[in-house]
Write a protein that binds this ligand. Structure first.
Ligand SMILES: [Fe+2]
Ligand SMILES: [Fe+2]
Length: 271
């Protein structure tokens, strides 16, 4: 039996060191075997420091993906390029998708990817919402609306290209797959304040391209099961997308990081 502590959107850059320590101790109370963090851990200039602190206190494997905030005051390509060298020195810090398919039990695997809100749902490029992403992430700044949305579409397509092979590999071998992601892949999973996000926010709150890919792939594997753990919207909720696709969206408040849930992988009962 394995106990997984799932967290998302912990935004440690909002906390003083003392509060980060308190958070780390509180998260250890349930004594999980591994931690899963679904992105928005920090911001680019502080990410290494915050990951080091987490590793120091938790002393067990931490599987994580990156969220949009993790690239703030940095660049997407830059961070993705330099992170592997940093992680080589930190055995318990495990970045998905770099880790590939992780076996949790003979029947259950873990995969992950941060994904990206790809601008395609809701009002699309007619959305009036301007996330801080578009001022604080190098690749997304200084662009007109049309150019910005072209970049968002490309980030969604890149997520498909990187994530689909992992999903297929995991499903070929395991009966139940957990996918740790940051951005909800479906409109139905983009919870905000107990409702699905509105037309204006949806382009920035879901990764449509990956959602479509997942629906297609799961049709090929009707006897297998996918549980998606996402965040980003900060609104908690659950959604059943198909008989074999279930999504949990984590709730979050800036300055109040917490464990969303302890998930139990039991070899005898799962799936
Ligand atoms: Fe967040
Ligand atoms: Fe986010």
């Amino acid at each position: 039996m394995k106990r997984l502590a799932w967290l998302t959107d912990i935004h440690l850059d909002f906390l003083q060191l003392e509060s980060i320590q308190e958070f780390c101790y509180a998260a250890l109370e349930a004594d999980p075997d591994v931690f899963l963090i679904g992105g928005d851990i920090s911001i680019a200039p502080m990410l290494h420091t915050h990951l080091r602190i987490i590793e120091h206190y938790w002393k067990r494997p931490v599987y994580f993906v990156l969220g949009n905030h993790d690239y703030y005051r940095g660049s997407i390509d830059g961070l993705r390029r330099e992170l592997p060298a940093f992680l080589q020195e930190h055995d318990n810090l495990k970045w998905l998708p770099l880790e590939g398919v992780v076996e949790l039990s003979p029947d259950v695997a873990l995969i992950g990817h941060g994904l990206w809100a790809d601008g395609r749902l809701g009002a699309g490029s007619a959305s009036q919402i301007l996330l801080n992403d578009y001022a604080l992430i190098e690749e997304l700044t200084g662009l007109g609306q049309k150019e910005l949305f072209k970049r968002l579409y490309a980030l969604g397509d890149r997520a498909v290209a990187e994530f689909e092979p992992l999903l297929r590999r995991a499903l070929a071998e395991y009966k139940h797959v957990y996918a740790l992601v940051h951005v909800p892949p479906f409109q139905e999973s983009a919870w905000y304040n107990h409702h699905i996000s509105d037309e204006q926010y949806l382009p920035h709150f879901a990764c449509h391209a990956v959602g479509e890919m997942i629906r297609d792939v799961m049709r090929d594997y009707s006897e297998k099961r996918l549980t998606i753990l996402c965040g980003h919207t900060h609104g908690a909720g659950e959604s059943r997308i198909a008989d074999n696709i279930f999504v949990k969206t984590g709730g979050a408040r800036y300055g109040h990081p917490k464990v969303q849930e302890i998930l139990v992988v039991d070899e005898r009962q799962d799936p």
